[in-house]
Design a protein around this ligand. Structure first.
Ligand code: SF4
Ligand code: SF4
Length: 325
C-alpha cells in the first residue's frame, strides 16, 4: 500500500486563531485527514518533540507553521521542521509577515518586559522579577526559552516554500493549499497562495469607488453614518483594499468592516505600509499646510494602521527607539 503524505502543523507566537482556521475546515477536515497522515500537531494530537526529531530529514511532505518567531524555542522548532519537511508553508499573517505580534517591534524588548511584569496594575510581582533564561528553583536548574529582541516572520529565520495569508486564512484557502500539495500542482516556490490582484479588484463595492477619490478628513466608523453598499473610502473611512492582496472573499467588507490589510501586499509591492500611506496621501484633497496637518492628524494610529500585519517584515522592521531609562 502506498504511504499517505505526511503533514505536520506547528505554532509559534500565535493567538491560536490560525489553529482554529484548520478546524474551520469543518467536514472538509475529515476529507483532508483521510488523505494524509498527520504526524505532528501539538495543539490537537499527542505527538512529542522526540517523535519529530527521530524522523528522517525531508520525511514530512508539508509542514504548516503559524505564528511569528519571538523566542529561541520557536526559532529552534522552525529549523527542525524545515529540516524534516519537503515543503514548509507559512500559515497566516504572523508567519507570513510577522502579523499583529510584530507590532511589538514598535517597542524595545526591555520596555515590553518591564511594562508587562512590573507596571501593569493587574500584575502582582512585588519583587519585580523579570523572566530569566535560566534560574535555580529548589536546587534544580530550570531553563526557559530566551526572548529575542524583535519579532520575525518565518522566512526571516528559515526558507519558506509557500505562504497562506490572512488573519486567519479562510478555510477555502487552507483547503486549496492542502489540495495543491496532495495533487502535486503547486505554483512556483515562494508564491503567496491567494489572489494576485488588490482586494479592490474583487470587492463587491468596487462599482461605487470613484475613479478619483478626494478626501478632506478621514472619519472613524463611529463618527459617521455610512451607506453599507458604498465604497468605504468614498465615505472617508480608511480602507486598505487598494494596497492589500485579495483572495479573502472580502470577508471584512461583507461584514461591513473596512479592510485592515491582513493578506499583506500584492507581489509588486515591497512594503504594504509605505504603499498604504502613499496611496492615502495621494487622495487627500487639501492644499494649505494647516488643513493638510488636520487631515493627516485624522488618521488614527498611523503606525498601527499601516503596519498592523507587516511591521516585522517591512523595510523598517520596527521602530528604532532608544531604551527608556
Ligand atoms: S495570523 Fe491572526 S489568527 Fe493567525 S495567529 Fe496571527 S493573530 Fe492569530
Ligand atoms: S477601498 Fe475598500 S470598500 Fe472601496 S472598493 Fe476597495 S476594498 Fe472595497
Amino acid at each position: 500500500m502506498t504511504e499517505k503524505p505526511k503533514i505536520a502543523l506547528y505554532w509559534c507566537s500565535s493567538c491560536g486563531g490560525c489553529e482554529e482556521s484548520v478546524i474551520d475546515l469543518a467536514e472538509d477536515l475529515l476529507t483532508v485527514a483521510a488523505a494524509v497522515d498527520i504526524v505532528f500537531w501539538p495543539v490537537a494530537l499527542d505527538f512529542k518533540y522526540k517523535d519529530v526529531v527521530a524522523m528522517n530529514d525531508g520525511e514530512i511532505t508539508a509542514t504548516l507553521i503559524n505564528g511569528a518567531i519571538r523566542t529561541g524555542e520557536q526559532e529552534h522548532m522552525a529549523k527542525i521542521m524545515r529540516k524534516k519537511s519537503k515543503l514548509l508553508i507559512a500559515h497566516g499573517s504572523c508567519a507570513h509577515l510577522g502579523g499583529v505580534v510584530g507590532l511589538a517591534n514598535f517597542y524595545q524588548r526591555e520596555d515590553l518586559l518591564s511594562r508587562l511584569y512590573q507596571e501593569v496594575p493587574t500584575t502582582n510581582n512585588p519583587q519585580g522579577i523579570l523572566p530569566q533564561h535560566e534560574t535555580i528553583e529548589s536546587g534544580r536548574k530550570i531553563k526557559l526559552p530566551d526572548i529575542h529582541d524583535t519579532v520575525k516572520a518565518l522566512d526571516q529565520v528559515v526558507e519558506v516554500d509557500y505562504y497562506i495569508p490572512g488573519c486567519p486564512p479562510t478555510p477555502e484557502l487552507i483547503k486549496e493549499a492542502m489540495m495543491m500539495v496532495l495533487e502535486n500542482r503547486l505554483p512556483p516556490r515562494g508564491t503567496v497562495l491567494a489572489g494576485k490582484k488588490a482586494l479592490c479588484d474583487t470587492c463587491p463595492r468596487i462599482d461605487s469607488k470613484p475613479d478619483k477619490l478626494r478626501i478632506k478628513k478621514f472619519k472613524r466608523i463611529y463618527e459617521t453614518e455610512w451607506d453599507p453598499e458604498k465604497c468605504f473610502l468614498d465615505e472617508g473611512i480608511i480602507c486598505l483594499g487598494p494596497a492589500t492582496r485579495g483572495g479573502c472573499n472580502a470577508r471584512c467588507i461583507n461584514a461591513n468592516m473596512p479592510c485592515r490589510g491582513c493578506f499583506g501586499p500584492t507581489d509588486n509591492v515591497r512594503d504594504q505600509g509605505a504603499k498604504s500611506s502613499s496611496f492615502l496621501a495621494s487622495i487627500i484633497d487639501v492644499t494649505d499646510k494647516e488643513a493638510l496637518k488636520k487631515t493627516a492628524d485624522s488618521i488614527p494610529d498611523p503606525g498601527g494602521l499601516f503596519y498592523r500585519y507587516g511591521l516585522a517584515s517591512s523595510i523598517l522592521k520596527g521602530k528604532l527607539t532608544p531604551k527608556s531609562s
